[in-house]
Write a protein that binds this ligand. Sequence first.
Ligand SMILES: *Cc1c(COP(=O)(O)O)cnc(C)c1O
Length: 369
Amino acid sequence: MPIPGADLRAQHAALRAELDAAVGRVLASGSFVLGAEVEQFERAFASYCGVSHALGVANGTDALILALRALHVGADDYVALPAFTFAATAEAVVLAGAKPLFVDVDATTMNLDPTALRAAFAGTAKPIRAVIAVHLYGRLAPMTEILAIAGEHGAIVIEDAAQAHGAHNLQGRAGGLGRIGCFSFYPTKNLGAAGDAGAVTTNDAGLAARMTMLRDHGQREKYIHTVVGMNSRLDALQAAVLDVKLPHLDRWNARRRAIADLYRGELAALAALRLPAPAAGDHVYHLFVVRTPRRDELQRHLAACGIASAIHYPRTLPQQRAFAQSDSPGYPQAEAAAAEVLALPCYPELGDDAVLEVCAAIRQWDSRH
Ligand SMILES: *Cc1c(COP(=O)(O)O)cnc(C)c1O
């Protein structure tokens, strides 16, 4: 049996009655954009993240743009972010009118490297107004260090938590660790809608009020436009679906961790493969990513065995034409990661037997060399 990279049909089949009821309720209500369903999910998600405010928005990219705009980060401001992340993190910076300043990542975690961040602050005359900490693959970025370094320089920390719903450290959960947390509920994320959706989280009532205005055409009262805003509202159908799914998130994340443990146990002996460094309870394994210099060959072998795998991401952001900078210093750790990473199937509906089948295929690949 082929093993896919995700199985949303299985996830939805298990919740079918509740999802049908939620969708039916919204259709019957005749209210589709913002409104009571969205407010209900916002309360539930804020409580889950341990913050006072969560606001539903159209997608994760908009969440980042809204966060930057609410913080008045814009023209002539630099925003530090990892050189190795999904393009949306940098896109948001550019679309908010600010300039991305890429920082290399840690060789082991592939998250923002605090030493490189410190060097970015020290080595530039450019005013870095904000840092976007991306919790790549579901592992928290080193928030304590990032908050301390940013704090020393009066910069704001925004979390890109699009891959880390439910990840936590001793200070709290993703989304509650910086000034604003930005989430995506793209269907394959750890908490996914039935379409595009996102949220921003914060403990700052003023920022919440400003983002409420910005996501809805800059109006505080209907047709009274205080600032130039956006149309980035969450719709009621997505909120109703998310509200059904949220109570299952911790169980799904626990299953992702169990799959990661199984992979780790089965693959530990293979010298050709670098496994993700173990993390305490804070990692939610949006992706289980291994590394090998023979990555493309491993991917072809898995494909021949009917096993899906994916490359997140094949290039660093400075290597993308969209974000290329003429004075780019090079980002050795990010570049090595881009050349070596491969995500193996890892989602809550994946059974142990399928994980063992993936491991057997990898061992077969390994034994040929
Ligand atoms: C998915 C993702 C986003 C963007 O979310 P969308 O909802 O697709 O706009 C941003 N950052 C990271 C790290 C992501 O994985």
